[in-house]
Design a protein around this ligand. Structure first.
Ligand code: PRP
Length: 192
């Protein structure tokens, strides 16, 4: 399943187009700029899903006047879903960030929050490293099955209670490259 045609055949419906996603990221950037005016800021993107939102958010922040005095970008990699469509409930740190956190203003950047366990794990992990401040920015919010009530300071778009792919989100590592967010056809799922 790696041709454009088979990709299209797997999509049930588009939920948010590229333009709508870009506007949501601009709104998130505006809120972040207001909070970090003239302060240094480190964006910590959570791979793999947040690869696009982190890059686009950083550029959207840079495009606005009177924002952070400097922006650093780092990435870490965690996984809780593996290749399945449901979370295993266990978060694993596959790759840590490269820089120190102590004394920095950190914004964790996530593509999506669902049960909240990933963000809860990351807030605890980075929080105990003595950052100057620690906040979270999530592009897509699925609030229906939270098991961890974790704070999210910047929230983009609420998505329906369906499995979504695109704009960084995958099913079995496919579909991340779609520029829009989409719902897959039920028959695509092979893991129940
Ligand atoms: C996804 C997503 C978030 C997490 C959110 O990552 O990117 O990090 O799940 O889910 P939660 O709120 O239920 O914990 P995933 O584990 O699928 O890895 P990936 O980013 O590499 O696709």
């Amino acid at each position: 399943m790696n041709t454009a045609e088979s990709y299209e055949g797997s999509i049930l419906r588009e939920l948010f187009g590229a333009d709508e996603i870009a506007r949501a990221i601009e709104r998130l950037a505006g809120a972040i700029v207001r909070d970090y005016r003239n302060q240094p800021l480190t964006l910590v993107g959570v791979l793999k899903g947040a690869l696009y939102v982190t890059a686009d958010l950083a550029r959207a922040i840079s495009a606005l006047a009177d924002g952070p005095s400097e922006i650093a970008i780092d990435y870490l990699c965690v996984s809780s879903y593996g290749n399945a469509s449901r979370s295993s409930g266990e978060v694993r740190l596959l790759k840590d960030i490269g820089e120190t956190v102590a004394g920095s203003n950190i914004v964790i950047v996530e593509d999506i929050i669902d049960n909240g366990l990933t963000l809860q794990y990351l807030r605890a992990l980075l929080g105990e490293r003595n950052p100057a401040s620690l906040r979270a920015c999530v592009l897509f919010d699925k609030p229906y099955h939270r098991t961890a009530e974790v704070p999210v300071e910047y929230v983009g778009l609420r998505v329906p209670d369906v499995f979504v792919v695109g704009y960084g989100l995958d099913y079995q590592e496919l579909f991340r490259n779609l520029p829009y967010l989409a719902q897959l056809r039920p028959e695509v799922f092979t893991d129940g």
